[in-house]
Design a protein around this ligand. Structure first.
Ligand code: B12
Length: 106
């Protein structure tokens, strides 16, 4: 994987613009500010507006289970909580890529 790290305190607009410019397959956000119910929906809305409906939006942080459910319902992918081994999101992203990108090429 090529990872483009955008750094801290990016706005949803900056994140989605960078996704378009870099032609990224996945957006992965880390949110430890408690603003996940604002940021994820705004990124998701902009993704839909810009036609990025086949890009995976995933991430992690301290996000309560019921809010994870709410975010999944608006099209956010898996969200990883405390204690997640790094191998788990890697496997999730690899599998997503296999079924959404490699499968499409066959
Ligand atoms: C260190 C810390 C800080 C630091 C650094 C915060 C930062 N943004 O990095 C400082 C002192 C700056 C800080 C500030 C604040 N903090 Co603070 N902070 C913590 C603390 C003690 C540890 C977080 C941490 O680094 N853990 C270590 C990492 C390795 O573990 P992790 O975060 O769980 O990450 C794992 C998973 O969540 C997942 N994951 C996380 N990100 C991602 C991303 C991807 C792509 C993937 C796949 C997986 C993934 O994988 C990781 C490995 O297992 C937690 C409490 C706690 N014990 O967790 C509170 C906590 C995160 N902070 C909190 C809050 C509220 C704040 C402030 C808003 C406080 C304020 N009013 O100013 C600010 C926000 C600043 C900001 N803009 O982010 C709350 C968040 C509440 C919530 N989710 O609703 C917490 C949970 C404390 C609490 N119980 O209230 N904080």
């Amino acid at each position: 994987m090529e990872v483009i790290y955008l750094g801290l305190r990016q706005t949803p607009e900056m994140i989605v613009e960078a996704t378009i410019q870099e032609d990224a397959d996945v957006i992965a956000l880390s949110i430890l500010s408690g603003a996940h119910m604002t940021i994820f929906p705004r990124v998701r809305k902009l993704m839909v507006e810009k036609g990025l409906d086949d890009v995976l939006l995933t991430g992690g942080g301290i996000i309560p289970a019921e809010e994870v459910k709410e975010l999944e319902e608006i099209g956010v992918g898996r969200l990883f909580g405390p204690g997640t081994p790094v191998s788990e999101p890697i496997e999730y992203i690899r599998n997503w890529f296999k079924s959404h990108r490699l499968a499409a090429e066959v």
